[in-house]
Write a protein of this length. Structure first.
Length: 276
């Protein structure tokens, strides 16, 4: 704040103070949120445009704060990563999503579910065990579970991450690289990191009018093809998005156009509208 006028300094300091107070409050309340059952999971469909069919759901966590209402995961995941609470929280989300997937299966809807894994989970030493225990407990076939990891993992001990991913895939679960193409470039390591799917970040989908962005996506899709990776685009909101992506050879999509993340009891109705 050096060199700023006194008032300006006060303004920023108030803003930052408020943010800090909220963060500290959330951090404190987050400790109890799991015990007090304030989390729930919503499911967003993934859609294959070529076959006009549902190909799975992504599980996304939600926090209903007793006083503040819904708090966005964009806000609390980071806090949970900082305190380490992300580990029990993810274990809970994993079990919740696997149970839901099992229920769907028993109802005749066999669709894989994906769960987001923060890099912190790879620092626990027992990630494979956590996943195996949940699958056993729920009685879910591993091929119905997918784990979404992010590119930022490449900043950590990459050999250790690769080893852990291999042991996860030995269980029979699938792995996808989320938010691909943003931030850290993992391109040079893609032939070494054992994954099944690339998830194109929403930023690309939203920028498809730009010829240079289209060229990049085109190259990513061709590369994925050579590496025998599936590609899914996220943030698909409009007909134009779908047309551009289809032209570029991407056929699996996720976004508000097909369905927003839904609570389990909203999915039946969504299915009635979308499946024939
Ligand atoms: P993400 O994994 O990239 O999830 C996609 C986010 O984009 C979700 O936000 C989803 O609601 C939103 N989205 C989906 N379709 C559209 C669309 O067409 N347009 C727009 N504008 N947005 C769309 P959400 O649920 O708020 O989650 C934000 C991030 O929080 C996630 O990004 C993920 O990184 C993290 N997150 C959520 N649940 C979990 C979890 O259980 N564990 C971990 N580690 N992270 C989670
Ligand atoms: Ca994700
Ligand atoms: Ca994503
Ligand atoms: Ca994202």
């Amino acid at each position: 704040a050096k060199g700023l006028g006194k008032n300006q300094f006060c303004f920023y300091s108030d803003e930052m103070g408020l943010q800090l107070v909220r963060k500290m409050e959330l951090e404190k309340d987050l400790q109890l949120a799991l015990e007090n059952k304030q989390f729930f999971v919503v499911y967003q469909p993934k859609w294959n445009v070529k076959t006009s069919s549902l190909v799975g759901f992504e599980a996304l966590i939600r926090w209903e704060h007793p006083r503040l209402g819904l708090v966005s995961p964009g806000e609390f995941i980071q806090i949970a990563e900082g305190t380490g609470l992300i580990v029990p929280m993810t274990r809970w989300a994993l079990e919740e999503a696997c149970c839901q997937c099992k229920r769907w299966q028993l109802q005749g809807l066999e669709q894989p579910v994906s769960v987001n894994l923060s890099v912190r989970l790879f620092q626990t030493d027992s990630l494979q065990e956590i996943v195996r225990n949940v699958l056993d407990k729920v009685g879910l076939e591993p091929h119905l579970l997918e784990l979404e990891i992010t590119e930022s993992m490449v900043l950590y001990d990459i050999n250790d991450i690769i080893r852990q991913l291999q042991s996860l895939r030995e269980l029979g679960v699938r792995v996808s690289m989320d938010d691909f193409g943003t931030g850290y470039s993992s391109i040079g390591l893609l032939d070494r990191i054992p994954i099944d799917t690339l998830k194109l970040d929403r930023l690309f989908t939203n920028d498809l009018e730009s010829p240079s962005k289209r060229a990049i996506i085109n190259a990513i899709i061709m590369m994925a093809d050579h590496l025998q990776l599936d590609v899914i685009a996220e943030g698909v909101e409009t007909r134009e998005h779908i047309e551009f992506l289809t032209q570029l050879g991407c056929h699996v999509m996720q976004g508000y156009y097909y369905g927003k993340p839904m609570r389990d009891d909203e999915i039946g109705e969504w299915l009635k509208k979308h499946e024939h």
